[in-house]
Write a protein that binds this ligand. Structure first.
Ligand code: GTP
Ligand code: MG
Length: 314
């Protein structure tokens, strides 16, 4: 299933159980009073961030999520059962949107939000008994649960985003830096989906790095790309092929900068990496140079990502 970072789902809380209608029937009590219990409340739909879930692709097919109805009130004033809640697992980084407003941002494993409450339980006939009204037959039905459409948007908790023109060596850099598996191939737009890998620092902390395809051969953002995922990145690694003479590096850099501009955070640090290059003779427009195939220069890129030189603002 292709990587999916947006979905529409419909959620519905369970209906409340109906109030019970019944009268006591016992051997030595010929005219027992009303004893219908109240209905149980309907279940809730709850979205729960779960780090076992990678993306929103399951919601292409799982659109409707409905919690269980409450049980009806029973004789002997027994309360109806509450309807079971439904927990819907979403990947950490899922933003929940209703009517164009963000109602929750489930960033971390275990974060949860109730998106549809269940209906109230109905009222049984026992409640309607009074001195003047000994045999009430009134009951109140259970209320409906909330129902609504929601938009889910996944903003991956990536720390480092690798961007660049097609064939700029983004995937090769991700593989060399993190050992991830990604499609590396000598034709443009070979990577159709984001690829991820862990960068482990000296304190053994893991930083998630992503190769984000999404710039077309014309340098424009592609509608089926994943540049939106730059949003949470603290470091943007911009790959520019040093051996490409079709257009000046500055021109290619400006195109990619424009394509990612709507999504990149203002605080993100940027690193320009000359790929297909010789680290001992980096071009003047680059912060670092690598040859991702031989691995030369990779260590310098890693250092630059994890430990920015003092006083460097870009
Ligand atoms: N010599 C050399 N070859 C490289 C370097 N980086 C990438 N390549 C090769 O160039 C080709 C394209 O590299 P990719 O990493 O697939 O490029 P990409 O930017 O991910 O490309 P798309 O996903 O298609 O947009 C592959 O055949 C790589 O092996 C490099 O630094 N030096
Ligand atoms: Mg690629």
């Amino acid at each position: 299933m292709p990587f999916t970072d947006r979905a529409r789902i419909h959620v519905e809380g369970g209906r409340g159980g109906h109030g019970g209608l019944s009268f006591r029937r016992e051997a030595r009590v010929p005219k027992g009073g009303p004893d219908g219990g109240n209905g149980g409340r309907g279940g809730e739909v709850i979205l729960v961030a779960d780090s076992q879930v990678v993306d929103l692709s399951r919601f292409r097919h799982a659109v409707h999520h409905t919690a269980a109805a409450g049980g009806g009130g029973e004789r002997r004033a027994r309360h109806g059962r509450n309807g079971a809640d439904v927990e819907v697992a979403v990947p950490p980084g899922t933003r929940v949107i209703r009517d164009d407003a963000v109602i929750a941002d489930l960033r971390h494993d275990g974060d949860r939000v109730v998106v549809a409450r269940g209906g109230n339980g109905g009222v049984g006939n026992k409640v309607f008994r009074s001195s003047t009204h000994q045999a009430p037959r009134e009951t109140v039905p259970g209320g409906p649960g909330d129902m609504t459409w929601l938009t889910l948007e996944l903003r991956l908790p990536i720390e480092v985003a690798i961007v660049g023109m097609p064939n700029a060596g983004k995937s090769a850099l991700l593989v060399a830096l993190t050992g991830a598996t990604a499609v590396v191939a000598p034709y443009p737009q070979s990577t159709r989906e984001p690829a991820f890998g862990p960068l482990v620092d000296d304190e053994l902390e893991i930083h998630l790095v992503a190769d984000l395809p999404g710039v077309g051969t014309d340098g424009q953002a592609r509608p089926d790309g994943f540049l939106t995922q730059c949003e949470r990145a603290r470091v943007i690694v911009h790959c520019i092929a040093a051996d490409d003479e079709a257009a000046p590096a500055a021109e290619r850099r400006a195109l990619v900068d424009a394509a990612i501009a709507p999504y990149v955070s203002a605080e993100a640090r940027r690193i320009v990496v000359a790929t297909f290059s010789d680290p001992s003779a980096p071009p003047e427009w680059a912060d670092v140079a690598v040859d991702a195939v031989s691995g030369a220069g990779i260590e310098a890129v890693r250092e630059r990502i994890l430990r920015p030189p003092e006083g460097l603002s870009k």
